[in-house]
Design a protein. Structure first.
Length: 599
């Protein structure tokens, strides 16, 4: 946030600082757009762009690039306004784009269709001479680009997330327009270079010139297959697989945009939203609830239902819960949320769990389904694997609850654990507003929010590592470590050979880990070796193998069997919170560990 001291500066000085910060934000917006070409989210588009440049005139790459930027930019900034004026399903645009892309692919396969399309486009080219109309290729490229811009969703770092959030809440202003324009220019440069290079390759290469007809048909097939993938959302599955193979690309944009000045400017843009805040009693918010969008998979829906929207839930009180199944803080809130649902579901109360993954493996539907069963979740859960609903709400936390009244207005927001009684009282109050009679007796479940003094959540990947002893963060590396003999409180040390990646640490040989913690319970997110269901980890406490008096529920005979991607309970001291040294000895190469949490 902007420093409080800023209000004491002179208007001229304040204006100077604002302009300087804005220039920095614009620079990062341009850079973020520029590097998007390297992110997996754009890779499914590249075959279509390359296919489209195989034919047509020398201006086709420019047409494709401008088309993508125009349609993506306009839709991003105006779709919420358009839907408010003319209510319609935004998916219709996607289906229209899919049809256009499929038809363009068919045109490449059937030469006669290509001739007719070129003739049709040429007749609409206005004042250009016949020779120029046939040679430019700009309009066919523009049509292709406009279609691609509709279906493309670039990787959302903080800058694009802020633009999307402000657009969704209809809070677009001149600064947002400027940031968006600069971001699009950054995207456009590498896209144009790629399209132009493809066109140049096909035009100049003697190797390709011999097989122009066959190449066009092959590219046509590629476009049709891509159109089908987009229609079935398989393109998103492909992006997930690409991110699994190249995880660093998925995190690069966020790291790039984590500059403190950028964050300050993004906060300033968000503060320009017009919202009527109220803090009377139980309610701390008063704004229209954004729609649930971009859900890749719905689980626990009622029979016969395929999707769920807030629009169809008008008249009901709705609680949106952002969670992820390895987050210990989320897990602690679930007994309260499931209890409220069971208690008030017959009174017009609906809970929707929005599962937004923190780690890539949490996108797996089978893992989420197992967690739903494990925690006895009976309400609908949507997988927000692409962070579209997360960004639509401008959310930044796990867990996060948004309580929405019967008119679709967010009335209460709470981040993290605790305040369970207040949330239930708010639910009761909103149900009473609808005329329902409710039992006002509270559940009085124990508040399981962790004490501030226990050890903090500790990430083991370089992106968020800060408690490694003695240096805090060791960056991405593969090396042999030596355990520190005098380990500081709330810190960990490594021994043996490890590979440190952005999101996790991976065991190599003789891998061990020590942690000096202060807590009652210790949890660790772990992922087994692919194809090896018998990955094992030995657990020691203060130099002795753990036993029934201190072992977590996932430890048997001093060992943890890591057989799925999830959160494992390693230590349970039965309420005895004191300092201890945890030691983990990993028996296998390739075990991945992500984050410690404590209770």
């Amino acid at each position: 946030m902007v420093s409080w001291d800023l209000v004491h500066l002179s208007p001229k000085k304040n204006y100077y600082i604002h302009n300087k910060s804005m220039i920095i934000l614009l620079g990062f917006a341009f850079l973020s757009g520029l590097v998007t070409i390297f992110a997996p989210c754009i890779w499914p588009l590249l075959p279509i762009i390359l296919s489209s440049t195989a034919t047509g005139g020398h201006r086709k790459p420019l047409g494709i690039t401008l088309g993508i930027l125009i349609s993506f930019g306009l839709l991003t900034l105006t779709i919420s306004y358009i839907i408010k004026i003319i209510p319609f399903d935004p998916n219709l645009l996607r289906y229209f784009a899919v049809i256009v892309i499929g038809l363009l692919g068919l045109v490449l396969i059937v030469p006669k269709l290509s001739e007719k399309l070129e003739s049709f486009v040429s007749r609409g080219s206005g004042r250009l001479s016949p020779a120029k109309r046939e040679s430019t290729g700009f309009l066919p490229g523009l049509i292709t680009g406009l279609s691609l811009g509709i279906v493309w969703a670039p990787c959302a770092g903080p800058i694009l997330a802020t633009i999307a959030t402000l657009s969704a809440t209809r809070s677009v202003n001149s600064d947002v327009l400027l940031v968006t324009a600069v971001y699009l220019i950054g995207i456009g440069i590498p896209l144009f270079i790629f399209a132009w290079a493809g066109k140049y390759l096909f035009a100049k290469s003697r190797l390709f010139s011999k097989y122009t007809g066959a190449a066009q048909q092959i590219f046509g097939i590629i476009m049709i297959i891509t159109a089908l993938a987009i229609a079935t959302n398989f393109d998103k599955t492909l992006e997930v697989k690409l991110l699994d193979i190249f995880p660093s690309y998925g995190q690069f944009l966020t790291k790039l945009e984590s500059n403190s000045t950028v964050k300050q400017q993004l906060d300033r843009l968000k503060e320009k939203k017009s919202s009527e805040q109220t803090t009377n009693g139980l309610f701390n918010e008063n704004k229209q609830a954004p729609e649930i969008i971009g859900i890749t998979k719905w689980l626990n829906l009622p029979a016969g239902r395929q999707v769920l929207t807030l629009k169809e839930l008008k008249g009901k009180v709705v609680l949106i819960d952002f969670w992820t199944y390895t987050c210990i803080n989320c897990i602690r809130t679930l007994p309260h949320i499931t209890s409220w649902y069971d208690k008030y579901k017959d009174k017009g109360f609906v809970v929707i769990g929005v599962h937004t993954p923190e780690f890539e493996f949490e996108k797996d539907t089978n893992n989420v389904a197992s967690a739903i069963k494990q925690y006895k979740i009976n309400y609908p859960v949507g997988q927000d694997n692409n962070y579209l609903t997360w960004n639509n709400y401008g959310n930044q936390y796990w867990p996060a609850e948004y309580l929405i009244d019967s008119n679709g207005i967010i009335r209460r927001v709470h981040f993290g654990e605790g305040e369970y009684d207040q949330m239930e009282l708010a639910v009761q109050s909103l149900l009473k507003e609808t005329g329902r009679k409710v039992n006002t007796i509270l559940e009085n479940m124990p508040d399981q929010a962790p004490r501030d003094i226990i050890s903090p959540e500790t990430y083991l990947g370089s992106k968020r590592m800060q408690y490694y002893y003695p240096s805090g963060n060791i960056g991405n590396t593969r090396q042999t470590f030596k355990l520190s003999e005098d380990l500081a409180p709330n810190s960990f040390s490594l021994g043996g050979e490890w590979e440190i990646l952005d999101e996790n640490a991976r065991t190599i040989t003789n891998s061990v880990l020590n942690y000096n913690f202060y807590a009652n319970k210790v949890f660790l997110v772990m992922k087994p070796i692919k194809g090896n269901p018998s990955t094992k980890v030995k657990v020691f406490l203060d130099g002795k193998i753990v036993n029934n008096s201190n072992a977590g529920e996932d430890v048997k005979d001093g060992e943890v069997l890591v057989n799925e991607d999830r959160l494992y309970n390693l230590i349970d001291l039965k309420g005895n919170i004191v300092d201890h040294i945890l030691r983990l000895e990993f028996e296998n190469t390739g075990t991945e560990i992500f984050a410690f949490t404590f209770g």
